[in-house]
Write a protein that binds this ligand. Sequence first.
Ligand code: CP
Ligand code: NVA
Length: 299
Amino acid sequence: MKHLLSLEKLANADIEKILRDAIIYKRERARVDRKPLAGQTWALIFSKPSTRTRVSFEVGIRELGGQVMFLNTNDIQLGRGEPVKDTARVLGRMLHGAVIRTFAQSDVEEFAAFAKIPTINALTDGEHPCQILADIFTFKEKHGPIVGKTVAFIGDGASNVARSWAWAAGKLGFELHIAAPRKYQPPADLLKRAGGKISCSDDVEKAARGADLLYTDVWISMGKESESAARLKAFQGYQINASLKKLANPGALMMHCLPAYRGKEIDEETFEANADTIFTQAENRLHVQKAILNWAVAQ
Ligand code: CP
Ligand code: NVA
């Protein structure tokens, strides 16, 4: 049984296979002969809003021959307090796979353990593995191999997206510079476990210097809205903009996982100047997740 719950737990060989297969899924999208999910019904079980993840998984599952249902947790008994492990044991007897977006990382892990069907993390507070796999695919597509390169993550260094970048850096041999206010840096034990070449400081310019990719995420992640005022204050200056780009390597890419808040983590001009890369990242969620689904159901 294969799950994609965390980049930490995904073997390098599996990452490589997914990224390799995604090239074919992208190039041969019009061809309809690969149906690894034929006869299967998958559910998307989401406790947080989503545009890209929801649509890319729904389209991807259908294109791979499967049926898909979307379950907002407010509409099922889970939202009224039915335990994750009970929900998982019910759904595991009916579905062939699950794609889950929720808060606690432990909830996707518990679901996978009890449902005993392939389970994919579509974002938790702890990780956003599908996003980072699509981002790395996009980097390779536009800029070549990521090994030996430098990625600068500017903003909420404790966010799910930043944490998944840290696991990827440890595994894939690129340098990661995280610039975040002290209170919003990734936990020291995570950095230690991730290994690799990761540096973390509150110095945005230091992080951007010599980077091949400048990356940012929202200042206020889903579920953190009650901290908005403090976050807006703490993250002032943690922005990707033209002056920061000057410090990066010539030809450096700029990426954003979306949704973007102009004037906060990125300015309008920089966003629009890099819109092709940013929306290719979004598109690549579809191709990479088809490769993930194919990997998850393969024996
Ligand atoms: N980047 C991303 O996961 O977007 P959604 O929240 O729209 O799914
Ligand atoms: N860190 C963001 C990512 C959105 C795709 C959030 O969790 O809201």
